[in-house]
Design a binder for this molecule. Sequence first.
Ligand SMILES: [Ca+2]
Ligand SMILES: [Ca+2]
Ligand SMILES: [Ca+2]
Length: 207
Amino acid sequence: MRLKTVAAGLAASLALSAPAHALVGYADVVLNFFDSGAGPMAGPYGGTLLGAYPVPVSTSVVLGTDSVSDPDFLSLPTGSFVTVGFTDEIVLDGVGDDLFVGETGGNGEQADIFVSSDFINFILLGTATDNALTGFDLADIGWVGQVKAVKIVGLDNLGASPGFDVTYIQALPGAFQGVPEPATWALMIMGFGLAGSAVRRRRTTTA
Ligand SMILES: [Ca+2]
Ligand SMILES: [Ca+2]
Ligand SMILES: [Ca+2]
């Protein structure tokens, strides 16, 4: 993670438009999970940093923020994946790194990170490493538009809990905009209304 770039991004986005919402967005829904069978047990497993592992866990442990008091994780052995979505943020390419994937425990694990705007086509963004919050810049792949889903695919069976140990997925200010405010919605609806009446006028004219 390039701290200077992140700091510059933070400063720039705060100067341009103070977000009305939280400063950092987190993936908030699990869309899909696939168990490749490469791990030691069927279904989602992982654990807590100070507890036992590998143990069965809910895939939802990857949602929301990381917490020192509750550092649970989902392990993804080779070929296993989890797909998460951002439903209360609009994730876009902002200044510097935009998306971050957290992994706990340094055992050399890696995962390929894919992004999608339509839940169908997933584009490779890069490879996340172990024991860190790996940052990705959407500009590096020429990404345009909104990231609605992020897919994390485990690449190995390393560590005491085999596979890539996902803790959380985060988007930075500048990389997302809050859900449109009521005033913005009103403007958008007015815009649609105007466009609609223009079409109606043209239709009337041609008729
Ligand atoms: Ca960016
Ligand atoms: Ca690990
Ligand atoms: Ca592991």
